[in-house]
Design a protein around this ligand. Structure first.
Ligand code: HEC
Length: 711
């Protein structure tokens, strides 16, 4: 297959990349941001101080680059943290193209479309990987099930890598690749000539294992594999059912990795095992799901692990790579890592041993009432730092933005169970708090090495959901279409087809938008975050299409009339990712709904905590700024500033890192659900962020916007 890049002004490119250096020079004219997240330690820190407290108010737009492929229909997003090497900025688009643009002007140098010659796949991308050895300079892009090696100068695939410039991430997992769904939404990390890479896999009942692999950067060969679902004889095997290693999925490091280059240790944060909400077929703690893994970066051998959630049944994936930090305890320097969680905790662990730096209590937790579910009796809860998101929800926590909002939430709450951290889902609707989207999210934290302060943004967004028995009668109609829908689709689309209000669309009036053929196409091929259901029996496919279109269902044959339970399939279905909202659609919990926190990791104490973002229409009603749901992380600089976009109000802001005072804000074309990067070219410091919108009511966009001081 021929994969080509768009027209190339090669001369100007070589000129631009003339400044490419594997390591930044000590001069002050250039400063790279060569790794997504700022550095392999995931610190999101920059020593640049040209932009500082005294002049930040004068920042202006230096350039805007538009990728040209936002899709309103797909609710496309950009979550990419661009990397900058020399004078070239590398980034991705909503359609997963890779781009090189001039970091000082935003002029495009090349673009590469991985789907030029094949069916487009739809998922987010959080960044690219750069590697160089002399004149051999490569950009690694993950799209669909593939990882591409591109020539950093031309954007063309490097044919000697894998097959025709790419490797298939489904291969080498010890199972039939054709039966797996594997992609990678976060960039891997380079250690010597290895690209260590995690993956994204489905979270439903069809399992793909989340093993972590190291690829040879030159050839694409797999040099080591760490099996996050251990096989017989491997450490942790007994923490699952005997044959989980053959069919279970998840325990994947979807959020990226961090590297201690000197120690040669790679740290991987893993997600929950699938199926996310029912662990009855995987009794045990389920190592190495929901764990921080410390692996020998050269060999993949486990050095230590720390499991943050035992036997997860809440989808509390570790959402971001740990931030590698150095702090002072009792007058001594301690090299540690800070792992944020969806539950709003920060686990601070010694880098070499995994031992907690601050006390962590293993606390008894309520047990599951679901048949067959052996929920874990205890969970670890850090005593310090205190959580940055609320841990329970009762009447005292109900929103107070208006009497009507309060009343609508109280009505819902009185029919539900008031939840608290680690209360298992049952057959009654329950408030899930912290919500399944965090707490902390994939934006991760930033760390200032000069002060030992960690900056982390948090969400306060409870969910309201429950489990359903699959075999329970489904209302008046017990047709095959509805039964199939409830068994296969309702986990995401909701039992009442209501969707989740953002990523997962409502299917209530799908017949008005799509033809039966189009619905069938989505079922056969999947779309975006939705996996394909190609292997569903034909009769069930036709029945579910008919059910959604409001048509007569095909009559099932006399035998096999009900959807048969597949191996590993749950007896329960999940009621859907339903956010707990008031009648107007605002979070059911008292503001703040979004916060930015500064935690002194030397002491575990908060330095400050401020509201992040606002809903201008609520401010106009006289309600103090409520904060806003936010996705994307902060960046901290030696200029005394914390930059963060992330909020649904489509702004980028700067905060005084010492006090939390908001010192600057600027509008973006749409919400910047991404982490900014900062770098210097020819003596000018830039702050750039993707504005891709596409969730929490924001339109999809295709811009990267760079800010700098006036010349
Ligand atoms: C893992 C979650 C998940 C499951 C399970 C799932 N879907 Fe989806 N579905 C989605 C998401 C997310 C989208 C939006 C995809 C996009 O456009 O990016 C979607 C989109 C769709 C659409 C297109 C809707 C539109 O308005 O364009 C249809 C139709 C659909 N799903 C039907 C189904 C059916 C039928 C099933 C069960 C056989 C199912 N889905 C199972 C997550 C899921």
């Amino acid at each position: 297959m021929l994969l080509s890049a768009r027209a190339l002004p090669i001369g100007s490119l070589l000129l631009a990349l003339g400044c490419v250096r594997p390591v930044s020079p000590p001069d002050t004219a250039h400063r790279d941001w060569a790794v997504a997240g700022g550095d392999a330690e995931s610190r999101k820190f920059s020593p640049l101080d040209q932009i500082n407290r005294s002049n930040v108010a004068r920042l202006e737009v230096a350039w805007t680059y538009r990728t040209g492929d936002a899709s309103a229909e797909d609710r496309s997003m950009i979550q990419c943290n661009p990397i900058v090497v020399g004078t070239v900025l590398f980034c991705t688009s909503p359609g997963l193209k890779a781009f090189a643009v001039r970091a000082d002007t935003g002029a495009e140098l090349w673009s590469f479309d991985p789907f030029e010659h094949q069916k487009r796949e739809n998922h987010v991308n959080r960044g690219l990987v750069y590697w160089a050895d002399g004149a051999d300079r490569r950009i690694f892009l993950t799209a669909g099930p593939w990882m591409y090696a591109l020539d950093a100068v031309t954007g063309r695939p490097i044919t000697g890598f894998g097959r025709d410039g790419r490797v298939d991430l489904r291969e080498g997992l010890g199972r039939d690749p054709a039966a797996l769904q594997v992609s990678a939404t976060s960039p891997g990390v380079i250690f010597r000539d290895l690209l260590i890479q995690g993956t994204r896999v489905p979270e439903g009942e069809t399992g793909s294992p989340g093993h972590i692999r190291a690829y040879d950067v030159r050839t694409g060969a797999i040099r080591w594999t760490f099996r996050t679902i251990p096989a017989p004889g491997e450490y942790g095997y007994e923490t699952w059912a005997a044959d989980s290693w053959k069919h279970s999925g998840g325990a994947n490091a979807w959020a990226g990795l961090s590297l201690d280059r000197e120690r040669g240790i790679v740290y991987a944060p893993t997600g929950s095992a699938s199926f996310d909400f029912d662990g009855s077929d995987r009794p045990g703690a389920n190592l190495f799901a929901n764990s921080v893994l410390a692996l020998n970066a050269a060999t993949g051998e486990r050095i230590w692990h720390y499991q943050v959630v035992h036997h997860d049944i809440w989808d509390y994936d570790l959402p971001a790579p740990p931030t590698l930090v150095s702090i002072r305890r009792n007058g001594k320097r301690v090299d540690a890592l800070a792992q944020i969680t969806k539950t709003g905790h920060v686990f601070v662990l010694h880098r070499e041993t995994g031992q907690p730096v601050f006390p962590v209590e293993e606390r008894p937790m309520p047990r599951s009432e679901l048949e067959g579910e052996q929920s874990w009796p205890t969970q670890p809860v850090p005593l310090l730092p205190q959580p940055f998101a609320r841990q329970s929800f009762g009447e005292a926590d109900v929103t107070d933005i208006s009497a009507a909002a309060r009343a609508s939430v109280l009505t819902q709450l009185r029919q539900a169970r008031a939840g608290a951290l680690y209360t298992p889902l049952g057959l009654q609707e329950m408030v899930v708090v912290p919500g399944m989207n965090g707490g902390g999210e994939w934006g991760g934290a930033a760390f200032d090495p000069a002060t030992g302060v960690l900056y982390v943004n948090g969400n306060e967004l409870p969910y309201l959901t429950r489990m359903w028995e699959k075999d329970a009668p489904i209302g008046s109609s017990t047709g095959l279409g509805e039964a199939t829908f409830v068994a296969q689709c309702s986990g995401c689309h909701g039992r009442e087809r209501q969707g989740d209000g953002e990523r997962v669309p409502s299917l209530r009036d799908v017949a008005k938008r799509l033809s039966a053929g189009q619905v069938r196409d989505v079922i056969d091929h999947g779309r975006g975050f939705m996996p394909a259901f190609a292997r569903l029996p034909e009769i069930e496919k036709r029945a579910v299409v008919a059910y959604l279109m409001g048509q007569d269902e095909p009559q099932p044959a006399a035998t096999g009339s009900s959807p048969a339970r597949r191996p590993g399939e749950s007896a329960y279905r999940f009621g859907g990712y339903k956010r707990f909202l008031d009648a107007e659609g605002y979070p059911a919990i008292k503001p703040p709904w979004g916060t930015l926190n500064a935690i002194d990791l030397n002491t575990g104490e908060y330095l400050w905590r401020v509201t992040l973002g606002e809903h201008p229409e609520l401010t106009a009603r006289g309600i103090p700024p409520t904060g806003a749901t936010n996705y994307g992380g902060p960046v901290v600089t030696a200029g005394g500033l914390v930059f963060i976009a992330a909020t649904a109000d489509a702004k980028i802001r700067a905060f005084d890192k010492a006090t939390g005072e908001e010192v600057w804000e600027a509008p973006l074309p749409t919400a910047g659900y991404a982490t900014p990067s900062t770098y210097m070219v020819d003596g000018r410091q830039y702050v750039v962020v993707a504005a891709g919108g596409g969730r929490v009511g924001q339109k999809s966009g295709d811009s990267y916007v760079a800010f700098a001081l006036p010349r």
